[in-house]
Design a protein around this ligand. Structure first.
Ligand SMILES: *Cc1c(COP(=O)(O)O)cnc(C)c1O
Length: 459
């Protein structure tokens, strides 16, 4: 498969350090085999996350200089409002400092009775946490194809609509506080949701008087997949598709650190509900700051207003998704198993299949992440049983449905040659797979252990 050439040229460079295998063996040992504990300077290609790691354009940097730092009613705030209204068609937009700040503000306003359910095509971890903190119960309801890593399906991120209807009947509509559509569906591999599924989900929700929320981090990548794969949208532009997608929901939260191409920022927005908008304003002032800056500098608002449009540029999206598809094609060539088809922001390599001799409780996803670092200085992360953690009550280690190693690709940062290094490193690890060891945890905190725990190789 041919690489989709970049629709930009490079104006500024950031040197990255090339280390030796021997040095890397020392660095990862000193980090207690936890990739989060590595110093970024010791990483050659950093695929830990696509969140806040993208490169801003010259227009965005120019926008930074135009930022209006007035405390209230700044020009940059109004530019962001205009962009948000134009793209999403929502009456009220509130900037916040990142996605989880939007969740922290919104969910306590939706979950009005403790124990109410919130149902999603699949929650992202911070979204799930904020539903819980608000007293709600988060329930995942992804379509069955989303859980089958080897079989191709165009829209693996979809909601399982028949199951959603069953759940609403079972719980009672009054006990369902909201339905959250995550686009793209991050937790199953950045997989898209179809327009038809968005429309059907909203129909079921609204028939039952339930609020529809979009978790909108990757709105543009999702729009591009609809254009490419869904009948009737071939000739629609990503911005037109986005407007239709958002017309089916009532509220959205967004981490702007992904498709909006900024290093920090977020939004919470309401289509027309005045009561909810007023409640959001009150919470925002308490948690994030005054309405016209919401925890961000004026220059951040200005860069976000520009980034919201750049993320939707068809040439950019063709290159972005093309880059992911190129990497996937290289892995297919080397017979490396991954969540198929590749998603919009990451390749989820099936480490369980690649390292079948490592049992799930010795964390194949983490073992592969460590080997990729030692092999070529590539940083990735485990999305498997290591991340899954223990049962909060019994403290028993839980088994994840998959043992993935996630390679998340930052936007506008790495070139074809970098992706070739990644593919070849995976091939090299595959060739010596039988010698790769599993890991055990030697120290771990009570919650969210993957960030800080210590590990060592088995045996
Ligand atoms: C990143 C992300 C969030 C949280 O956003 P932050 O900006 O990291 O706080 C929420 N939902 C999804 C789908 C995300 O990808």
């Amino acid at each position: 498969m041919q690489y989709m050439p970049e629709p930009f040229k490079i104006k500024m460079v950031e040197p990255i350090r090339i280390t030796t295998r021997q040095e890397r063996e020392g660095f990862i040992r000193d980090a207690n085999y936890n990739t989060f504990a590595l110093t970024a300077a010791d990483v050659y290609i950093d695929l830990q996350t696509d969140s806040g790691t993208g490169a801003m354009s010259d227009s965005q940097w120019a926008a930074v200089m135009r930022g209006d730092e007035s405390y209230s009613g700044g020009r940059s705030y109004y530019r962001l409002m205009d962009a948000g209204k134009d793209i999403f068609g929502y009456e009220y937009l509130q900037p916040v400092h990142q996605g989880r700040a939007a969740e922290k503000i919104l969910f306590p306003l939706l979950v009005t009775t403790p124990g109410q359910y919130v149902i999603s095509n699949m929650f992202f971890d911070t979204t799930r946490a904020h539903v819980g903190l608000a007293g709600g119960r988060a329930v995942d309801c992804v379509c069955p194809q989303g859980m089958d890593s080897s079989t191709y399906f165009d829209f693996k991120g979809n909601m399982d609509v028949p199951k959603l209807e069953t759940l609403i009947t079972e719980y009672g509509a009054e006990n369902v506080a909201a339905i959250v559509m995550t686009i793209t569906n991050n937790s199953v591999g950045g997989q898209p949701v179809s327009m038809e599924n968005m429309r059907e989900t909203a129909r079921v929700a609204h028939q039952n008087g339930i609020t529809v929320v979009i978790d909108a981090a990757r709105y543009a990548e999702n729009a591009y997949f609809i254009k490419e794969r869904e009948a009737g949208y071939e000739d629609a532009s990503p911005i037109e598709i986005t407007r239709e997608m958002f017309s089916y929901a009532d509220v959205f939260t967004m981490s702007a650190k992904k498709d909006a191409l900024v290093n920090m920022g977020g939004l919470v927005a309401v289509r027309e509900d005045q009561v909810l908008s007023d409640a959001i304003k009150t919470s925002c002032i308490a948690f994030e700051g005054y309405l016209s800056y919401g925890g961000l500098s004026g220059r951040d608002l200005e860069a976000m207003a520009t980034g919201l449009y750049e993320g939707l540029d068809p040439d950019f999206l063709r290159y972005r998704i093309g880059q992911m598809q190129y990497l996937a094609a290289r892995l297919t060539e080397y017979d490396i198993p991954f969540q198929n088809p590749v998603g919009g922001h990451a390749v989820f390599v099936d480490a369980g299949k690649m390292l079948p001799h490592i049992p799930w409780y010795e964390f194949p996803g983490q073992a592969l992440a460590i080997e990729l670092y030692v092999e070529a200085g590539i940083r990735s992360c485990d999305i498997g049983s290591y991340l899954m953690d223990r049962d909060p009550v019994t403290r028993e280690q839980l088994q994840a449905p998959f043992e993935f190693t996630r390679l998340a690709v930052p936007r506008r940062v790495y070139t074809q040659a970098h992706l070739d290094v990644v593919a070849e490193a995976l091939k090299a690890v595959k060739d010596r797979a039988a010698d790769v060891q599993g890991y055990v945890i030697t120290w771990e905190p009570k919650v969210l252990r993957h960030f800080t725990s210590h590990l060592k190789p088995v045996g």
